[in-house]
Design a binder for this molecule. Structure first.
Ligand SMILES: [Zn+2]
Length: 277
């Protein structure tokens, strides 16, 4: 939303590392007003016939509340910039939008399934007729072993200097016209470095990315079995496993590489440790 000089940054937030970094970049570093949004319904494509729809929604909402509280306490000037997250209820998908996404899926390997949270983000941005920021980060282009997403490749190939997606080569990409990708050229290593510089590494350490936490609050094993399909959980996505001892990862110490250099942070492996901190 652009109001004269004052820009309110609309951000899709989920309490994970990338979107939380974007929130911190806007309110802590740039001191800009934001509005955060959370799609509060099964929207990740894992619902019937995949009955594993993001079990972690309730956890994510609580983690976001906690992170917001921590940010405002630590950086009091952010209070007026940072209203509570808008929890969005399910809404219908326009047929034409779905068709374009299916086209991108079938012709350019866009997403594993055409129906996904990105479809809902796109539809929501079009319905609201506002610019939304989506925190895809650059490390995804590292390769399939570290959670490479075909989506990232397609978008990367059509990425513009203005952090938008060009429709020059593929007209169907126009569905992204209201979505910006402000950290698509930022690596997680860069995020950790910036957070040290501005003193919010503790915020990144309290982000949560596991979609299928165990009943005791621990992160899942990393892979969820359903029928013949193994679904990778995103909680350790973009970690270069071969470069880091497994035991270190299990304790939550995560190295974020950029080439051979890395930054390490200790992420929480039980969400109750975040909520009760
Ligand atoms: Zn997990």
């Amino acid at each position: 939303m652009y109001l004269g000089k004052e820009v309110i940054h609309n951000i899709f937030w989920c309490g994970g590392m990338d979107s939380t970094y974007l929130v911190c970049k806007r309110v802590i570093i740039e001191k800009k007003p934001i509005q955060t949004y959370y799609l509060n319904f099964p929207c990740d494509g894992y619902y019937p016939p995949y009955p594993l729809g993001r079990d972690s929604r309730e956890v994510e909402v609580k983690v976001m509340d906690k992170l917001r509280e921590m940010i405002i306490k630590q950086f009091p000037y952010t209070k007026s910039l940072f209203p509570r997250t808008i929890l969005v209820d399910e809404f219908p998908i326009n047929k034409e939008v779905y068709k374009k996404l299916r086209f991108l899926h079938e012709n350019y390997q866009y997403r594993y399934r055409p129906r996904s949270q990105e479809l809902y983000m796109i539809q929501y941005s079009l319905d609201e007729n506002k610019i939304f920021e989506y925190s895809l980060e650059d490390g995804m282009s590292l390769g399939v072993d570290v959670g490479y997403l075909p989506t990232a490749k397609l978008l990367k190939e059509n990425f513009t200097e203005d952090f938008t997606i060009s429709t020059e080569k593929i007209l169907e990409l126009e569905v992204f016209k209201n979505i910006y990708f402000p950290i698509f050229e930022t690596w997680r290593k860069d995020m950790v470095e910036e957070s040290r510089k501005y003193d919010f590494t503790n915020i990144l350490e309290n982000t949560w990315s596991c979609r299928w936490p165990k009943p005791n609050g621990d992160i899942c094993s990393g892979v969820v079995d359903y029928d013949d399909e193994n679904i990778d959980c995103s909680h350790f996505l973009y970690v270069e496993f071969d470069k880091q001892p497994q035991s270190e990862i299990e304790d939550g110490f995560v190295r974020y590489y950029k080439d051979n250099e890395y930054e390490i942070i200790k992420r929480k492996i039980n969400y109750l440790d975040i909520l009760n901190d």
